[in-house]
Design a protein around this ligand. Sequence first.
Ligand code: NAD
Length: 476
Amino acid sequence: MTDYPTLYLSIGGTNLSNEGRDAVNVINPATGETIGSVPHATAADLDAALDNAAKGFKSWRNTPADKRAATLNKAAALIRERAGEIAVSLTLEQGKPLAEAKGEIIYSAMLLEFYAGEIKRIYGRTLVRPEGQRVEVQYHPVGPVAGFAAWNFPALNVMRKIGGALAAGCSTIVKPSEETPATGLALVQALIDAGVPGDAVQCVFGVPDDVSRHLLASPIIRKITFTGSTAVGKHLAKLAADDLKIATMELGGHGPVLVFDDVDIDKTLDTMVAAKYRNAGQVCVSPTRFLVHESKFEQFRDGFIARAEKIKVGNGMEDGTQMGPMASERGPDGIARKIADAVEKGAKLGTGGERIGNQGYFYQPSVLSEVPTDAIIMNEEPFGPIALINPMAGEEAMIEEANRLPYGLAAYAWTNDPARRRRLAAEVEAGMLAINSAGVSAVDAPFGGVKWSGYGSEDGREGVMACMVPKTVHES
Ligand code: NAD
């Protein structure tokens, strides 16, 4: 027996079980054991969800903003109250340490609270003409939103899909990952329990491509929001384009970290090693390519390896675990292939490079250095516990390497030179740049990428505005 809950679809406020529906197993990545079964929505279920979303939009958009805000705040309070219990589901289905899971759930509640506050501050504007005419710029919710969330942050990804949309007055249908379904479902349940109508927030599961094709084929859906790989993002953006739906795409990255020679290397390492192995490296903003000034390279590499080797890897449910398993079987296999390719091309394996044990999907915190740019891992997001550390001649070379890839999500720089900080802020191609820190996310600041890392923002005022469209009323 585990504490893992029974899963269901939430359609129109009704909970639909896997009876009479296809279902897939949910696996605990720490043990490889089946812990649950997630029902797949039928085509008729998805049609019902679409009809509900159309109805839900009409009523929720006309609910006054302060009432919507109060309901969302109540849901946030429920999520906080239930955080301990939801965190257990999150760790069981995704693997990250329990404390990290709880932190993610509390952060999701904070994001909802921010959106609830922000929606009361969406002002239009009035342009008054000398002749007495007026032009009024109003902001309206875009319409029903379909959200597709990835498994790496089962709570936060889902809240990013639905929080801003619900605040804006949109109805939402969210499909959390089938690999981590319980957490997103628990957030949806908290929203319903707090008073969000069951046709304004719905939760479905299925074969991802079937569900997205079905929902995106409907003219009812006016916006799509997706977190996941660039390949799937491009595919969904094309489907959205067929009906000119608005899209927010939060896709992959390949975070460069520019380390200059004027910083305290130990302090830099303490921060960045923790950031690298957080969530076993399965983070879209993970620091990945460490571009270190050549005068500090050896000190940095050796310090990184020493710290990586001290990380306690284990079951996320156990006290003291700092890094859990990778979330699925695909993880260790993918990393192992990329490391083998890099080593074959001349990279040096400083530590790690092996799967741990024969149960679950554990992988050693790993470090590669002097990695040639033609290695696959220098070009494709590794999405695992691996740091790539290369010596660099100076600022110009570092910026060139940082911008070499088509990705532009998070970038990091460590320097105390104010003029250089300004230059980096201007020249590094990224949606977020953290200077002398690992923090690139805040509920009140936009989060999103450029180039192949996607478009549109979540969080911050931008996260609400991304779900609204202007309407200009000209009055004579
Ligand atoms: P993926 O893009 O195939 O899947 C990501 C999520 O999207 C999954 O939860 C999946 O259920 C869903 N999905 C997949 N195809 C879909 C479709 N056609 N319609 C709707 N939803 C769909 O990625 P993956 O196989 O889970 O991981 C592969 C790579 O994707 C990773 O190595 C990483 O580079 C990237 N990734 C990025 C993020 C991120 O936070 N940006 C998250 C997960 C994965």
